[in-house]
Design a protein around this ligand. Structure first.
Ligand code: GLN
Length: 307
């Protein structure tokens, strides 16, 4: 049963797990988050919504942005063009690994849920200049999250921009194989901005609920994403959404999900349920340690696994 009391209990039972993780520090500004924060928000299939714990605390979307940017790249260029450049295979490597780009013949990023694939997807977004491209990404994220006031956190954006050389290296590497047309600086500026968009658990739960309902906002009747794009997103989230922990997470939780180093995890279903969790203390692979534990419990208690 998913209700207010059940969510409160979930947060209370899992809060201590936050102590086993650490807040991301390779983007210096992220370090300032409270490691014991933990929150969850759920949209249920009958349209109810519940939040518990630190569900109202803002955090940066980070890699959760990858699903929306990939969706927009597919809308702009078509599936065939995007899949020519970006694969859909899990890597078993960390989210910012460069290894496969060099070692594999095609030099094609393995999937859009890791940094290499996401940076390439960002470079494929249509627009006359970087401002227009970023605004189109922001508009889609706002529509999916049902929140027209989402903005970037300027200090996190600058913090990552000042320290993002590894991501720049990935972009230059990909560009050296002719896969990126635009200037790397422009692409990376948009990438750093998309990662710095500030959200709450409710925002990402709303987006998970839209994806669960195959792209339609059930309250307004508005279509935000196509059914096909939702199928593609659920597939890549299930197989690749938690980097090199994707397989064990799929086994434990069984819901298509996407994590970010800001501490959020967006989890969707095939039954109209959307979930967002937040806990900035991360495990070694960069996933919210207590957030994942709550998702495991809520999935087990309510039969949310898709298989
Ligand atoms: N902005 C982060 C980065 O590129 C996103 C990574 C993540 O959330 N795993 O390193």
């Amino acid at each position: 049963m998913i209700n207010q009391q059940a969510l409160e209990k979930l947060v209370a039972e899992n809060r201590a797990i936050t102590a086993t993780g650490t807040v991301a520090s390779y983007i210096p500004k992220l370090k300032e988050k409270n490691p014991s924060d933990l929150g969850i928000y759920v949209f249920t299939e009958d349209g109810a919504e519940y939040g518990a714990g630190d569900y109202n605390t803002k955090f940066t979307i980070q890699s959760i942005s990858k699903i929306f940017v990939f969706a927009l790249a597919v809308m702009d260029n078509g599936e065939r063009e995007v899949f020519k450049l970006i694969g859909v295979e899990p890597t078993g490597d960390s989210f910012n690994s460069i290894a496969n780009l060099e070692l594999k013949d095609t030099h094609k990023p393995y999937n859009p849920m890791i940094n290499a694939g996401a940076i390439l997807a960002t470079s494929m977004i249509h627009g006359n200049n970087k401002k227009e491209k970023f605004n189109r990404i922001l508009d889609l994220i706002r529509a999916c999250c049902g929140n027209s006031s989402l903005e970037i956190n300027e200090s996190v954006y600058h913090s990552e921009k000042d320290t993002g050389d590894r991501n720049r290296a990935l972009a230059y590497f990909i560009k050296s194989y002719g896969l990126i047309e635009d200037e790397v600086d422009n692409v990376m500026d948009t990438y750093f901005k998309q990662c710095s968009i500030e959200v709450t658990c409710r925002d990402i739960a709303h987006a998970a609920w839209i994806i669960s309902n195959n792209g339609v906002n059930k309250r307004t009747g508005q279509r935000v994403l196509s059914q096909r794009i939702c199928s593609i997103l659920k597939t890549v989230m299930f197989t690749c959404g938690l980097y090199d922990a994707s397989g064990s997470f799929a086994l434990d939780v069984g819901m298509p999900s996407k994590s970010g180093v800001g501490g959020g995890i967006l989890s969707t279903t095939n039954t109209g349920i959307g979930i967002g969790v937040y806990g900035p203390a991360l495990d070694q692979k960069g996933n919210s340690v207590a957030g994942a534990a709550m998702l495991k419990a809520i999935s087990r208690d309510n039969g949310l696994a898709i298989f």
